[in-house]
Design a protein around this ligand. Structure first.
Ligand code: SF4
Ligand code: SF4
Ligand code: SF4
Length: 254
């Protein structure tokens, strides 16, 4: 098959959702202008948003969502045994995502309040790489379809797959946005990996870091920036914790 000047085999692909909202898989079904071309790249073996086909032979498994039940661990391990390439797909899969917020609340009491009298299996959220080997991660809440299409072409042609290394600020400045810090808001753009075209800040909403840390972030300098502007350090902690994407970076540093 020929596409964009390359010759390649269709990718045998399957997509599986775990604990999540399925918004990332839905992104792939959106953007009608490129949907036909995109589908031409793929031999869909299992992907319920796109097809009713269900087969167990696939090379690439997209894993959407985080892990929050024991049976999900077993299901994920079985997928890992089948897939040649396993992709953590979206912020929930890469970092835990919004589901990780449940670690802030007492598990037993919260379940009793939300599902009174019902048996509910749950556990603290795990990211996909805490359960199985991940070959590649595509962050974003939701993922950026343009980026996913680019990555799929790379996988189909055997090219090196990369993500932007620079922070969201670069994309934000290119759009001539007024900086949210100038408006008195804390924005995680300086420490967050670009690739979303600064969609939030262009819409006058601060970046909450859904794409996780950019390369070589300077957390102490970022915390100092927040302090120098006399903005709330509690709010900073809250924003940094939102997607659980900055594990391992100490945002209490000065
Ligand atoms: S990363 Fe966001 S959009 Fe994707 S499944 Fe998780 S909550 Fe939904
Ligand atoms: S609004 Fe956020 S992303 Fe944009 S330049 Fe300011 S800090 Fe960076
Ligand atoms: S601006 Fe920040 S929160 Fe918004 S999509 Fe981009 S990385 Fe995610």
């Amino acid at each position: 098959m020929k596409h964009l000047g390359y010759t390649f085999e269709k990718l045998k692909i399957a997509s599986f959702d775990f604990t999540c909202c399925e918004g990332c898989q839905l992104q792939l079904a959106n953007r009608e202008s490129t949907l036909t071309d995109f589908l031409e790249l793929l031999d869909i073996r299992n992907f319920r948003e796109l097809s009713s086909e269900q087969h167990d032979d696939y090379d690439i498994a997209l894993i959407e969502g985080s892990i929050s039940r024991q049976d999900e661990i077993e299901r994920l391990q079985a997928i890992r045994r089948q897939a040649k390439t396993l992709v953590a797909f979206g912020t929930c899969a890469c970092f835990g995502g919004v589901n990780s917020m449940k670690k802030k609340f007492p598990l037993k009491e919260s379940i009793a309040e939300v599902y009174p009298g019902m048996p509910v299996q749950t556990m603290l959220v795990k990211k996909i790489c805490e359960v199985v080997k991940v070959d590649f991660s595509i962050p974003g809440c939701p993922v950026n379809k343009e980026e996913v299409e680019r990555i799929m072409v790379c996988l189909a042609t055997g090219s090196h797959v990369t993500l932007p290394k620079h922070p969201v600020c670069v994309e934000c400045k290119a759009q001539l946005n007024t900086c949210m810090f100038e408006l008195g808001e804390i924005c995680l753009g300086p420490i967050t990996r670009a690739g979303c075209n600064a969609v939030c800040t262009t819409g006058k909403t601060s970046c909450l870091g859904c794409r996780g840390p950019s390369e070589e972030i300077n957390m102490p300098a970022f915390v100092k920036l927040v302090k120098d502007r006399e903005l709330s350090l509690d709010e900073l902690q809250e924003k940094i914790a939102f997607y659980n994407a900055f594990d391992g970076f100490n945002s209490h540093e000065t």
